[in-house]
Design a binder for this molecule. Structure first.
Ligand SMILES: [Zn+2]
Length: 326
């Protein structure tokens, strides 16, 4: 790996999520030497989301036993502007036109700080530290509560004209299909996210067609997690399996479309659903790619599972700030 940091230098990689923030302290060789996690729920009067993030960062430094780092790279829910470091609007965290990069920088004595969309950072982390580090063109897709995507084109993060490119989850795959959280109909996310799967499985449970799910979650779709779906399938719930396979196939159709348009060398699939059911999930994606990507373009494309799990975003952030410092 190229050298970006001097020996003895440390950096902070941060993953800001809707429910928790995770910070990692990495040394000059990107080895994790300290980490900490904080729930984002503010439990003191007057406490703000950014205070929780900064506490996670300070705790990670304490865990590492060091006092200062050379820079910070943070992934956050968007939309945001990576050039100015400003969060445009993230209602979950009550951030609107909020200067996140400046705020984090100021909290640590004005050191450099870069931010980007969390899925971009996750793709960046997988690109540098996962199984696709020698590829110049990579598509990352992370199906979970929603479906996020990130694009590496020509060896660079691709942000497009507005800076917000890569919204794979809002690719229309069924015109007139079910409503999506974005207000449109028929988006990939509306058909294949964990929420979409859970809604269909909850209905199976209510009808008596998924006894394992009924016993463990009732019909509460909030309780139907990826790991529960995996266990139901292991317990022989064939209709649940059918729902998950169909959703994975839909993601595969989107992957096929992206292969036709971008011709990447590799597609990385991550997120809770893939982690819980890797073999089954990849099987459906590969089947869809075969049926929807053009033979010449899909030749040699590798579809690989993500390898960094919960560390991908923080590691991507660390890489981005290391490059920035260099
Ligand atoms: Zn949508």
């Amino acid at each position: 790996m190229a050298k970006f940091l001097k020996r003895g230098e440390h950096i902070l990689g941060v993953d800001i999520g809707g429910t928790k923030a995770m910070a990692m302290v990495l040394d000059h060789s990107f080895k994790c030497v300290g980490r900490a996690k904080k729930k984002m729920r503010c439990d003191k009067p007057g406490e703000k989301a950014e205070d929780r993030v900064i506490r996670a960062m300070r705790d990670a430094l304490e865990d590492a036993g060091i006092e200062q780092v050379a820079g910070i790279g943070a992934g956050s829910p968007g939309p945001l502007d990576p050039d100015t470091g400003v969060i445009i609007d993230t209602p979950n965290l009550a951030w609107k036109n909020f200067p996140l990069a400046q705020t984090l920088s100021d909290a640590f004595g004005g050191i450099p700080c870069v931010i980007d969309n969390d899925v971009n950072m996750g793709t960046y982390g997988e690109w540098h530290f996962g199984e696709v580090k020698n590829c110049k063109n990579v598509v990352g897709i992370f199906p979970g509560t929603g479906i996020g995507g990130g694009l590496i084109i020509g060896g660079k993060m691709f942000r497009g004209f507005t800076g917000a490119a890569g919204e794979v989850g809002h690719m229309t795959v069924e015109p007139g299909g079910p409503y999506c959280g974005c207000g449109k109909r028929g988006c990939l996310e509306a058909l294949a996210s964990r929420v979409a799967i859970a809604a269909e499985v909850a209905a199976l449970s209510a009808r008596g067609d998924a006894p394992y799910i009924f016993e463990n979650c009732g019909t509460d779709l909030g309780k139907i997690r990826s790991s529960t779906l995996a266990k139901a399938i292991q317990n022989g719930e064939t209709m649940v399996e059918g729902v998950v396979r169909r959703a994975a196939y839909c993601v595969g159709v989107a992957v096929g479309n992206l292969i036709n348009i971008l011709s990447p060398e590799a597609v990385v699939l991550g997120g809770g659903l893939v982690e819980a059911m890797e073999a089954l999930y990849l099987e459906e994606v590969e089947r869809a790619v075969k049926e929807h990507a053009m033979p010449f373009l899909r030749k040699k494309v590798r579809v690989v599972p993500a390898r960094l799990a919960d560390d991908a975003v923080a590691m991507g952030g660390a890489m981005l700030i290391a490059e920035h410092l260099a």
